[in-house]
Design a protein around this ligand. Structure first.
Ligand SMILES: NC(=O)c1ccc[n+]([C@@H]2O[C@H](COP(=O)([O-])OP(=O)(O)OC[C@H]3O[C@@H](n4cnc5c(N)ncnc54)[C@H](OP(=O)(O)O)[C@@H]3O)[C@@H](O)[C@H]2O)c1
Length: 263
């Protein structure tokens, strides 16, 4: 049996993915930047579930990080048959007021590294005629999101890319799944430097565990996309029936203005 590799595994949704995979007896490679947190997680997964757990500390916004991670696992002889591309972040800011380096990092992490890892590990999985890939998108994938323009666009990319590749590999033993959660109770908003309230901080978030249970089932059954939670379901339905100018205005209102509450 191969390994499962989870990016962004130190907290939130990624940590739950690492746990559920280990619970099911899967050896895991946990990836994020903070080495101590990763090592503690790997030790915990080993102790609780008896699996082999490997910690890899790497900054996935770095240009060659996907190559580096892939080489590292290949050289160690770990065959990755399950890949969870989860690491990502958002930034609440007007695009022209954003810090370009942070914006570039967002695009690198949310899109380029995710795509590159899908490519590298997907080709390896194809050689073995088996593999599962799950890419974490969001309800944001359904919309254009003023004041979070790059984040929404990056998630629209993840969903579209994942759906297309899922069709390409259908029937080959590989599956590629997009997970679209709505607001989830993690430290995500803190990292987005959200000040004051916005819509996402005002609805009751889902627990990362509940989100991951749905995502895990969808991945294991080879579904192409899974929409989790009421906000996501209503969001994608609204995106189908309302004109884009209306959903843009709703998102602008819901996202709020950086530094100022939406309501
Ligand atoms: N929370 C929500 O409401 C929500 C809703 C929809 C979609 N999502 C998506 O779900 C995914 C996970 O979100 P979350 O809420 O669980 O986030 P989170 O709590 O902020 O955790 C993010 C994880 O990614 C890692 N990470 C961040 N930057 C990284 C980098 N440059 N290189 C490597 N690892 C990095 C972090 O660990 P280190 O700090 O140790 O690197 C952490 O383990 C994201 O793709 C997000 O867009 C979240």
């Amino acid at each position: 049996m191969g390994y499962a590799l989870v990016t962004g595994a130190t907290r939130g949704i990624g940590r739950e993915f690492a746990s559920i995979l280990a619970q099911h007896g899967k050896d895991v490679i946990v990836v994020a930047r903070r080495e101590n947190a990763l090592k503690a997680l790997a030790a915990q997964l080993h102790e609780q579930h008896g699996v082999h757990a490997v910690a890899v500390a790497i900054d996935l916004t770095e240009e060659d990080s996907a190559d580096e991670l892939f080489s590292l696992t290949q050289d160690a002889g770990y065959f990755v048959d399950t890949l969870v591309n989860n690491a990502g972040f958002w930034d609440l800011t007007g695009f022209l007021d954003s810090n370009w380096h942070r914006s570039r990092d967002l695009m690198e992490l949310n899109m380029i590294t995710l795509t590159h890892l899908t490519y590298l590990y997907g080709r390896e999985m194809r050689k073995h005629h088996f593999g599962r890939i799950l890419n974490v998108a969001s309800v944001a994938a359904a919309f254009a999101g003023p004041n979070m323009a790059l984040y929404y666009a990056s998630k629209a990319f993840v969903l579209s890319f994942t759906e297309a590749v899922a069709e390409e590999v259908r029937g080959t033993g590989l599956s590629v799944t997009a997970l679209c959660p709505g607001p989830t109770g993690t430290s995500f908003g803190v990292n987005a430097r959200m000040e004051g309230r916005n819509f996402l901080t005002m609805v009751e978030p889902m627990s990362p565990k509940a989100v991951v249970q749905r995502g895990y089932r969808a991945m294991m059954t080879g579904r192409t996309a899974v929409y989790v939670g009421p906000v996501t379901k209503v969001g994608f339905f609204a995106a189908r029936i309302l004109p884009r100018r209306v959903t843009r205005a709703i998102c602008k209102w819901a996202n709020g203005t950086p530094g100022r509450p939406a309501f």
